[in-house]
Design a protein around this ligand. Structure first.
Ligand SMILES: Cc1cc2nc3c(=O)[nH]c(=O)nc-3n(C[C@H](O)[C@H](O)[C@H](O)COP(=O)(O)O)c2cc1C
Length: 123
């Protein structure tokens, strides 16, 4: 499962290309299974407020964070939301993506997702 927040549509676009199970973060949403968080970056390298609130509810099920930012903001704050989440919640930063990213970004996400949520074979 991917839980995503998208304000201007970049992440929504990426998620639509991935063909992985995904839910959009909404106020009060509670998840009861592990997921990867996919967030944009706000302010100057900040975690969006709605994502902060989501993590307060659901942080314990987060297995990694993917972040989209805009590298024009400068390397100090590019994708800073991903760095902040990874640090605070002690989860891997799976991928930092510039805007809508490229095919290799999508492949990296797909690969991590499969590794992370691969079902063990039934014996
Ligand atoms: C007000 C505002 C502040 C932003 N601040 C940052 C920032 O500090 N660092 C960064 O990498 N991107 C920043 N961005 C860029 C977005 O994170 C980036 O465009 C992202 O792809 C948006 O995803 P979305 O279209 O799914 O909402 C900012 C965008 C806006 C509108």
């Amino acid at each position: 499962m991917i839980a995503f927040a998208s304000r201007t549509g970049n992440i929504r676009y990426i998620v639509s290309r991935l063909q992985l199970p995904a839910v959009e973060i909404e106020e009060g949403r509670t998840l009861s299974e592990p997921y990867l968080l996919f967030t944009y970056t706000d302010g100057l390298g900040e975690v969006p407020q709605q994502v902060k609130r989501f993590m307060e509810r659901n942080g314990r099920y987060c297995r990694g964070v993917i972040v989209s930012g805009n590298s024009n903001f400068g390397h100090q704050v590019f994708g800073g939301a991903g760095d902040a989440i990874a640090r605070q919640w002690q989860v891997p930063l799976v991928r930092k993506i510039d805007m809508r990213g490229f095919a290799d970004d999508y492949e990296a996400i797909q690969h991590y997702y499969e590794q992370c949520f691969r079902k063990e074979p039934v014996r």
